[in-house]
Design a protein around this ligand. Structure first.
Ligand code: GDP
Ligand code: MN
Length: 379
């Protein structure tokens, strides 16, 4: 789950991280009121689940309260990379001397939590990684030991040669590590970590991604979920108890079981096609689930064919076939459907599908090739 900057800062704040004072509002008047109360320049910052807001014009420096009013008026409702700004964070402006990058991410390659730090913060860290990788230090943390002080100091020294500042930064790195671990995050990042003109370190921006599978332990964080900011198809899937991930291709996949769904996508790719999605309809497949699955797949305009790959075990092929019939009646799909049914009640399932004018097979290779032949290849 992604959360907003102001929410990530709340988490950081609970772990004692230095963050600028700020409040989140949804109207220009409220933004002005905060600026009046703070009696100093503020930043008005778009709250959307995407980076690079500064470059997109979603972050404004406001010297006077009236500036905050107009900045909020401009930024609220703005479209940033397809997301509409509904709230802005009004936060006291900081006099910046230096911007660094510090972050920690769960790295599947090393199977560890990896710190990345760089004295070249503020801008796109991907660009720094690509063009000047020597400016980034990476360090995989031992999961049993956690981040120890000497390790934190080594990372901090890479960013801040001045030992006095490095010592302060090391404390922040340990707090960042703790907030990452204790909220079951998959990423926690400060970009920029700022040194102000009085040599204070401040987390000026904050990004935290949470592991959905750990959220049940954190009801307070679960409340941060912003339905407006999530992919509507994925939310609809969640409501119907389906696992769905949208992809870029044109072959809509509807499969029972996560493993088989992965194998189906592999096979689609193997034969030269592009899956439009991952979709697991799960173990027992009621017609309602099949209808919901088909509706979600059809909502994607790229989809040119729907491929059902059903391996009947606990799931019965006739149940799924009934679901397909019901879904076709209800939704009148605009694209062809190809079906593979095998396993429990396969014969019954095929009988049920005979009335419809799309083919069913028992071979996985065959159904994938049939699906691919229905669409024009995408590059
Ligand atoms: P992002 O573009 O979405 O990553 O948003 P950030 O919060 O990181 O802000 C982008 C940039 O705006 C920062 O790198 C800073 O250069 C600038 N900025 C943000 N807040 C302040 C502030 O309080 N004072 C000053 N002078 N610049 C700021
Ligand atoms: Mn940033």
């Amino acid at each position: 789950m992604k959360i907003h900057e102001y929410q990530a800062k709340e988490i950081f704040g609970k772990f004692g991280m230095p963050i600028p004072k700020g409040e989140t509002v949804a109207s220009p008047d409220e933004a002005r009121n905060i600026a009046v109360r703070y009696e100093k320049p503020v930043m008005v910052k778009a709250q959307v689940h995407v980076g690079g807001r500064g470059k997109a014009g979603g972050i404004k420096f406001c010297k006077e309260p009236d500036d905050a009013f107009f900045a909020a008026q401009e930024v609220l409702g703005m479209d940033i990379k397809g997301l509409i700004v509904k709230k802005v964070l009004v936060t006291e402006a900081v006099d910046i001397k230096h911007e660094a990058y510090v972050g920690i991410i769960l790295d599947r390659a090393t199977k560890k939590n990896v710190f990345m730090v760089s004295p070249a913060g503020g801008i796109d860290i991907e660009q720094v990684a690509a063009e000047t990788p020597e400016k980034i230090m990476k360090y995989a943390v031992d999961p049993l030991m956690g981040l120890r002080q000497f390790e934190a100091l080594k990372l901090a020294r890479f960013v801040y040669p001045d030992i006095k500042i490095a010592r302060k930064a090391a404390v922040i790195l340990i707090k960042l590590y703790n907030s990452f671990i204790h909220s079951d995050a998959s990423l926690a990042e400060i970009n920029p970590l700022v040194l102000d003109t009085d040599d204070n370190l401040i987390a000026l921006d904050a990004k935290v991604n949470l592991d959905d599978n750990g959220l049940f332990k954190h009801p307070d964080i679960e409340e941060y979920r912003d339905l407006d900011a999530e992919d509507p198809a994925e939310m609809e899937a969640k409501r119907n108890d389906l696992s769905f991930v949208k992809l870029e291709g044109n072959i809509g996949c509807c499969v029972n079981g996560a493993g088989l769904a992965m194998a189906t996508m592999d096979l689609v790719k193997y034969f030269g096609g592009q899956p439009a999605n991952f979709l697991d309809i799960g173990g027992s497949s009621s017609p309602e689930k099949v209808i919901a699955a088909m509706r979600i797949i059809l909502d994607d305009p790229n989809v040119g064919v729907i491929l059902f790959n059903i391996f009947g075990g606990i799931t019965r092929c006739d149940d799924v076939a009934n679901g397909i019939v019901a879904a076709v009646e209800k939704l009148n799909p605009r694209v062809p459907i190809v079906v593979r049914l095998t396993g429990t009640n396969e014969e019954k399932g095929k009988e049920i599908l005979q009335g419809l004018n799309f083919p069913a097979t028992t071979s996985m290779d065959e159904v994938v090739k049939m699906a691919i032949s229905e669409v024009t290849p995408v590059a």
